[in-house]
Write a protein that binds this ligand. Structure first.
Ligand SMILES: [Zn+2]
Length: 485
């Protein structure tokens, strides 16, 4: 018999959320956990089942679902021993699936952390199961138990009666005492790949007879961040929101995401230094319901992705990336230089931190964009170096009055790894690196560099930045300069 999930195709009278309706009932239906399924299958086939299992993984990856499947694997009476393919129709299977089997006891340690709770639960350990083959104890969020509760559990875990199985689950494996861990067979559940999630959503849509744009599904899969449950909840909402086909635009609205095309546009205008246009774009996205912090996060993701595409061009070919983005992304990645990309990343990351703390996130995000736009035409440290090299005497201090930092340059250099250069390379630009300079000369070079109008502009753009040392770059990144922080 292979009728897993018998009521899959018929809509019952009461609406069931997709995450429940499509909760996997067998290992075969479990998504993105191949390694775990293989090990567990081997254990079942070779009849080497431990008496305690520990499932770990981030929230929503299917720990309790796997626990319930295992409970059915252990207890299905369609065969005379635990079977990899529980029938799904015997009374045991049905009762377990409906969470009402008297021998399968579940406890959420997050809400019941005390020793009395655990005592109450394991009090029945010594009694034989009423109908099932095994009495199964599923304890979720096991790391929340108090020390005393752990100790109480430990005694039973050490030598449980043969008719008892423990299935423990946790999101924070490091908080589980070693003594407990060592008595369990441990399984790590992986965050589900967004490509796998997209395919899964697709198949659910087919079964639900719902049409959806592939991009809409990819958006939800990405937002779910590895959690099947979250992905299905998003799909649930999307079905409610959509009139007919699920469209990417609606999903974006629903998730508070900015339009990807607009994120690309914003990135483009800002990196071209077109501040006004960029701010208008941001305002428009904000008005359309995009959360400014998410816009910033999107820019950060985009920067990361572009940098990846630059290093690994195949990264643009993943199926979650729509065709239009592939083309534009490759173009961008080619055009933007690595130092600019890494600088953008650093500025966005810092900006995101600031914006999270800011009383007005929109304002804070605007400031980040302005800073980015102004930095866009700033030279990379390597370019600065070249310009500074061209000079024979200190730059006109009057031309950079806004900075006036030459006096407060740190005596202890080490604030900024701007770029360094030695006396020799100032006079001869071709000269390779690596010559040590004595302190006096270095100081002089630093002061001159700081007064240079371009450097001064950088210093003004980044409050707190200082030129600490001047040295030519030798790294293989070519044009790449040091970082200005
Ligand atoms: Zn069964």
């Amino acid at each position: 018999m292979g009728t897993n999930g018998q009521d899959r195709t018929t809509n019952g009278p009461a609406y069931r959320v997709l995450a429940r309706k499509y909760r996997p009932a067998t290992f075969a239906e479990l998504i993105g956990q191949d390694a775990l399924v293989r090990t567990l299958s081997n254990a079942v086939e070779n009849e080497r089942l431990a008496h305690a299992f520990l499932f770990t993984g981030v929230r929503g990856v299917g720990k309790t679902t796997t626990a319930r499947i295992l409970a059915r694997v252990l207890n299905c009476v369609a065969e005379s021993s635990p079977t990899l393919t529980p029938c799904g129709s015997c009374p045991e299977c049905v009762a377990i699936m409906e969470d009402r089997h008297s021998d399968v006891l579940e406890m959420d340690a997050a809400s019941r952390t005390g020793i009395d709770d655990i005592r109450e639960l394991i009090d029945g350990v010594r009694y034989r199961p009423s109908s099932a083959r095994f009495k199964v104890y599923i304890i979720d969020e096991i790391h929340m138990l108090s020390i005393k509760a752990f100790n109480a559990l430990l005694k039973t875990l050490e030598e449980p009666p043969p008719h008892v199985k423990f299935i423990l689950a946790t999101t924070e494996i490091r908080k589980v005492p070693v003594t407990v861990m060592s008595r369990c067979q441990r399984f790590d559940l992986r965050r589900v790949d967004s490509e796998v999630l997209t395919t899964h959503l697709q198949s659910v849509c087919v079964r639900e007879d719902v049409a959806a744009e592939p991009e809409a599904l990819a958006l939800m899969a990405r937002a779910a961040d590895g959690s099947v449950r979250d992905a299905l909840s998003f799909l649930d909402q999307a079905i409610v929101h959509a009139e007919g086909t699920i469209r990417a635009t609606r999903v974006r609205e629903m998730l508070g995401l900015a339009d990807r095309v607009e994120v690309f546009d914003l990135f483009e205008t800002i990196s071209a230094g077109r501040v006004k246009e960029g701010l208008e774009l941001l305002r428009r996205q904000y008005a359309a319901g995009a959360d400014p912090l998410i816009v910033l996060q999107d820019l950060l993701d985009l920067t990361h992705w572009l940098t990846r595409v630059k290093v690994v061009p195949e990264a643009a070919n993943e199926i979650t990336v729509p065709e239009s983005e592939r083309i534009r992304g490759r173009e961008f990645a080619e055009k933007l230089r690595m130092p600019v990309l890494t600088r953008t990343w650093q500025m966005l990351l810092k900006g995101l931190d600031e914006a999270r703390l800011a009383p007005d996130p929109l304002g804070a995000v605007e400031m980040v964009l302005i800073r980015l736009a102004f930095a866009s035409d700033l030279p990379t440290p390597a370019e600065l170096l070249r310009e500074v090299r061209g000079e024979t005497r200190p730059a006109n201090a009057a031309s950079a009055p806004t900075v006036g930092r030459s006096g407060d340059l740190p005596a202890d250099s080490g604030e900024v790894g701007a770029s360094t250069m030695d006396q020799g390379s100032i006079s001869s630009a071709e000269r390779p690196v690596g010559v040590n300079v004595d302190e006096g000369v270095q100081d002089d070079a630093v002061q001159r560099a700081a007064r240079h109008p371009r450097v001064a502009a950088v210093l003004a753009a980044f409050p707190g930045a200082k030129v600490a040392a001047v040295r030519p770059r030798t790294e293989s990144c070519g044009e790449n300069g040091g970082s200005l922080t």
